[in-house]
Design a protein around this ligand. Sequence first.
Ligand code: 13P
Length: 250
Amino acid sequence: MRKPLVAGNWKMNGSIDSVKALIEGIKAGVGEVKNTSVAVCAPAIFIPQVQAGLQGSAVAWGGQDLSVHASGAYTGETAASMLLDFGCKYVIVGHSERRTYHGETDELVADKLEAAREAGLVPIFCIGETLDEREQGITEQVVARQISAVINKYGVAALSDSVIAYEPVWAIGTGRTASPEQAQEVHAFIRGLVAKESIEVAGRILILYGGSMKPDNAAELMAKPDIDGGLIGGASLKASDFLAICTAGG
Ligand code: 13P
């Protein structure tokens, strides 16, 4: 039985004051969350503050991106070891915003996933199709290509310690959520792809849904057999909404 995970992706939002309030709000309500793991992925600069606030609580934390390099002359980048130093458990890799605005390729994302995993972080590996790709009917081809980039280079073992997040790009920040049926169809396809390589990994891997997940649609989405939680953007910035999604997971 897979224990669901609900992770907040704060993206590039927050201030010292708002992060403090958000952390306090989440901590105050997380006791109501029974059978779901909870995490927040913060902008790198707030990670020390998040660590100080969440240490000893039931909430884990992580970064939103990392470098493929271990250290050195890579201005502006954050190494896996630095995230670990500040207690991170997770790191998001391959978010569509990084693929779109920073030109991250399938291959770079695969390398980031491996760098994270090798260092002992749990990568939250984001995949998903654009609206254009969905309308062309190539959703399955796109997610298969994104996953194959990892499996072909690093083997299915690279996924055994990872979390996958299926985030249809057309649902991110648009208020247009995939229906539970649409999401389940792709999640089942993704699990099937992994199962071709390893039934054991496929049975164990968490596949989160992301894209306008909100308190009012979370339970329905997470009730689907292959949807093991959510990666939450906008709704993770409000403690009550985020907690409502977490409790919808169980
Ligand atoms: P929204 O929940 O704001 O649609 O964002 C989803 C997302 O991109 C999480 O990584």
